[in-house]
Ligand binder design. Structure first.
Ligand SMILES: Nc1ncnc2c1ncn2[C@@H]1O[C@H](COP(=O)(O)OP(=O)(O)OP(=O)(O)O)[C@@H](O)[C@H]1O
Ligand SMILES: [Mg+2]
Length: 360
């Protein structure tokens, strides 16, 4: 897919921007704080309805303004798709999502029209930090891959919230009904995560070999869930909820279920987090993101947009070359502070970013 138009209005440090990047790689060069990441964030917002770096939507509204709007048009195999998001400072006004010129009733309607994979230095947290980061990685990826995953997850989270409220209230009469609902809601989430991790593992391992350049370093990614082996995840979930009931009542929240899932990462059978070097962790995170790119490309029949934030400076020249060769067929927006980072590859376009202004 290809961006044919990106518009920002009062988005972070930008008052007004219109951009039509060409096919291939567009390099955004600028000093620290110039607004490079902001631009990638705007694309991410259009693809997923949220920022990749904050869960506070309001932060994206330019200081002193009441509202911000972003709009992205992409050309795909099946034609033009246009998506947009408007955010408001006023807490009473909800986020508005537009798809092909119409206001969407549900946030999920945005998913899958324009898709992206973002690479950033913070990806290291995929390896270093807790399960939540890896669940978010899966959730963002699978929501883009199929809208039904986003809805299934939404349903699960909302039933979970209600079950937790019941646990807090101390009135257990309705608990069997909520257990049943939560078990039914868990099943599609688990099935899709499990299936995706099998493919991601295969692709990530190969990317690791290729980027890392060492045959003996075997990277593995494994779905870790109390329900990962279950033929019937709903049945297993129900059993798990029953077994955990006393513990749940004591703690006043649900201790069992896919909201506790993780992805187990290892290098040559050893847990990544405890044993791998900084460079190995970085290669692992990169391989996971490349595998995410593969998943979207294979399921959609065309490459998603690539957002590469400051990743080249972290890699040695050989790894840099290999990364670029893997993604050369996609349209990419790539940021750097030093255009020298891009040596060896041919960008289609170089743009300079300075204090919220973009020039050719
Ligand atoms: N809501 C906002 N309103 C106005 N300006 C903002 C807002 N949020 C962030 N900024 C400004 O945007 C700039 C940061 O932009 P961004 O993170 O895109 O920089 P960058 O070019 O990626 O820098 P680096 O190379 O350090 O990563 C800062 O100057 C910051 O003050
Ligand atoms: Mg930045």
């Amino acid at each position: 897919m290809r961006i044919t138009g990106l518009r920002l209005h009062n988005f972070r440090c930008y008052s007004q921007v219109m951009l039509t990047p060409p096919e291939g790689v567009t390099v955004l060069v600028g000093e620290n704080g110039a607004g490079k990441t902001n631009l990638l964030e705007a694309v991410h917002l259009c693809c997923l309805g949220r920022s990749h770096r904050t869960s506070f939507d309001k932060e994206m509204i330019a200081q002193g303004q009441e509202t911000t709007a972003v709009q992205l048009t992409v050309e795909r195999n099946d034609g033009k798709h246009e998506v947009g998001v408007r955010l408001f400072e006023n807490a009473r006004k909800k986020k508005v999502i537009y798809v092909n010129g119409k206001t969407a009733h549900k946030a999920g309607e945005l998913m899958g029209h324009a898709t992206c994979v973002i690479f950033s230095p913070e990806d290291l947290s995929l390896v270093k930090e807790g399960p939540q980061v890896r669940r978010r990685f899966l959730d963002m990826l699978l929501s883009q891959q199929q809208r039904s995953y986003f809805y299934a997850l939404q349903t699960y989270m909302s039933v979970l919230k209600q079950r937790n409220a019941l646990l807090k209230s101390g009135d257990m009469r309705q608990m069997p009904a909520w257990d049943e609902q939560l078990a039914l809601a868990a099943a599609p989430v688990v099935r899709l995560r499990r299936e995706a991790c099998i493919s991601l593992n295969e692709w990530a391992r190969n990317h690791y070999f290729y980027i890392g350049g060492k045959e003996e370093e075997v990277f593995a990614l494994k779905y870790q869930s109390a329900l990962s082996q279950a033929d019937d995840p709903a049945e297993k979930m129900l059993q798990g909820l029953h077994a955990a009931r006393d513990e749940d009542i004591r703690r006043q929240y649900t201790t069992f279920g896919p909201h506790r899932d993780d992805i187990d990462l290892s290098l040559c059978g050893m847990p990544m987090k405890a044993f791998a070097s900084q460079g190995q962790m970085r290669t692992a995170a990169l391989s996971m993101k490349l595998a995410a790119f593969d998943l979207l490309e294979k399921s959609q029949g065309e490459a998603p947009l690539l957002l590469l934030d400051d990743v080249l400076s972290e890699l040695d020249p050989e790894r840099r070359r290999r990364l670029i060769s893997r993604i050369a067929h996609a349209q990419a927006l790539l940021t750097c502070t030093d255009p020298g980072d891009f040596i060896g590859a041919k960008p289609a376009c170089v743009l300079h970013v300075e204090k919220g202004k973009i020039t050719g």
